[in-house]
Design a protein around this ligand. Sequence first.
Ligand code: TYD
Length: 222
Amino acid sequence: MPQKGLFISFEGGEGAGKSTQIRILAETLRSRGLEVVVTREPGGSPGAEAIRHVLLSGAAEAFGVRMEAMLFAAARNDHVEEVIRPALESGAVVLCDRFLDSSRVYQGTTGNLETDFIETLQRIAVDGTMPDLTLIFDIPAVDGLARARKRADDGATPDRFEKEELETHEKRREAYLDIALNEPRRCRIVDAKQQQERVTEDVLSMVEPLLERFDHLSDVAQ
Ligand code: TYD
């Protein structure tokens, strides 16, 4: 069945400001009459949320990065089957905070897992449902971590993956930039160090061309 909706994933390191931008974009698209589903990984469906807890608490860490990668993939597959694909089939815009590129970067690159292993897992996890657009929020690791730590000072506890070294975060940044280079049709890099308003403008300008598919809905065309 041809996909009627639009699938956008948001990627990047810690403190890049993804969640704020997802919220703003969702409001903008809804105000234009579009049906918008905001979701996140790991999680987004009841089955995947159960696995999220196991992963982010660090409960699976002792069993190794392969085990973690498989759990992320299991959660992703449930999320795709239960939430993302049905929403796309019904014609919604799906905004997903992290998707398969997070596994490529966090488990693949900085978890030192073989590319073949990670790619095979992702093929099974997404089962043909790939984002139409992936926005990679790029920020130097020091700046991103400073923002994430500020959040922690405000009361949030850092999760299993936020606690790692600066060097690891910088490797992740490079890995995301490599993905963008290898898949230029799907990926766009957002300069997340800019002021929030500028980031919002950039995000909208990257999404706008893909909204043409909704032109049949009266108030989207503008
Ligand atoms: P969360 O607090 O939900 O998100 P964020 O960092 O985007 O604000 O934490 C999710 C953590 O899980 C984050 O540190 C990245 C990590 N992660 C992976 O390691 N692999 C994955 O496949 C996904 C989806 C997330």
